[in-house]
Design a protein around this ligand. Structure first.
Ligand SMILES: [Mn+2]
Length: 337
């Protein structure tokens, strides 16, 4: 069976499952980004229109990133509701079950579980899996599902999909910016999305404290291996100094990667809450030869080839050393004829 054939079968299987059930529990990953929350909201609004009974859930402790406050997430649950096991579990943008946090324990206890994602290392933990690693974003897959279901693409539904698409492609700048991504963007604009307003809401409402936090991380950036590797870090005390949460560190990694000559960037941070939580590490590659998800997996994390992350209880120095040695190995392997 060709992969195109399999893809459309999976899409039809998901659409059929959504059509034939009535109660859903939609989950995305902890420390959510624009794709996670945009996909979740678009799917919820789409299924609402089909008259389905929907509960949405965000695992973990982290707040909603302030730059995503345009998403109308009323009703989003942070604790597992008692009736969750009676609902169809629909996981969006989760590469593995652990990404669902507390919702992972529902697997095997729900009538049906559906895994919709675009991470190439997705473990296919659902009973139905629609994993399209060529899709720019989970939002793009959600758009395809809603189209298959015949749900009208209203402005209300198009906007969160646009948020997912724009943020996951790095404002249409990463390698996942495919013709399909731009085709979808055009469709979303035709549905009434105002790209200028969405851009402003997400990227041009920066709190001064956020700017200062970014400044501190930039100040601390250090380069290694002749400038091909760049790493910075934020301490718990930095977040305390500016009175901001960990979600404000989002995006710093992309500023590091933008430095001329950078092949790989690493950003280490100590989450201010809850106390004693492990350090979190984001990795970015700027070309195809380095697979940062393979590096992250060595420490129990994962992600995409060019954007991945992991958690660690090691010291910052030890994490820097790990990243350096992995970078050297990865680039040496890439240079091999
Ligand atoms: Mn995504």
């Amino acid at each position: 069976m060709s992969s195109r054939q399999r893809t459309s079968d999976d899409l039809r299987a998901v659409a059929e499952a959504l059509r034939s059930h009535d109660r859903f529990f939609i989950v995305t990953h902890e420390n959510p980004d624009g794709d996670a929350l945009g996909s979740l909201l678009a799917m919820k609004l789409g299924l609402d229109r089909l008259g389905k009974d929907i509960v949405t859930f965000l695992p973990g402790e982290s707040g909603i990133p302030s730059d995503l406050s345009l998403l109308q997430l009323e009703g989003l649950q942070r604790e597992l509701p008692a009736d969750a096991t009676k609902r169809v579990l629909l996981a969006l943008d989760c590469a593995n079950a652990a990404r669902m946090g507390a919702a992972a324990e529902l697997l095997g206890r729900v009538p049906l579980s559906i895994d919709v994602d675009h991470h190439h290392d997705n473990t296919r933990f659902g009973m139905i899996n629609l994993v399209l690693d060529g899709a720019s974003s989970t939002g793009e897959i959600v758009a395809g599902i809603l189209e298959e279901l015949g749900v009208e693409l209203t402005r209300e539904i198009a906007e969160p999909i646009y948020v997912a698409l724009m943020t996951d492609t790095g404002r249409f700048g990463y390698t996942n910016t495919t013709p399909e991504a731009h085709d979808l963007a055009a469709k979303l604009l035709r549905a009434g999305v105002d790209p200028r307003r969405v851009f402003q809401e997400i990227y041009e409402r920066v709190a001064l404290a956020h700017l200062k936090l970014v400044g501190r991380a930039e100040e601390r950036a250090a380069v290694y291996e002749g400038g091909r590797l760049i790493i910075s870090y934020l301490l718990r005390s930095d977040f305390e100094d500016f009175g901001v949460g960990e979600e404000y560190a989002e995006g710093i990694i992309d500023r590091l990667r933008a430095v001329d000559g950078t092949e790989m960037a690493g950003m280490i941070r100590e989450p201010p809450e809850p106390p004693g939580s492990p350090r979190r590490v984001s990795l970015r590659a700027s070309h195809d030869e380095i697979d940062v998800s393979a590096i992250a997996r060595k420490r129990g994390g994962g992600g995409h080839r060019q954007a991945a992350g992991f958690s660690s209880d090691e010291s910052i120095d030890a994490i820097v050393e790990f990243i350096r040695s992995e970078f050297v190995q990865a680039t040496r392997a890439a240079a091999r004829p």
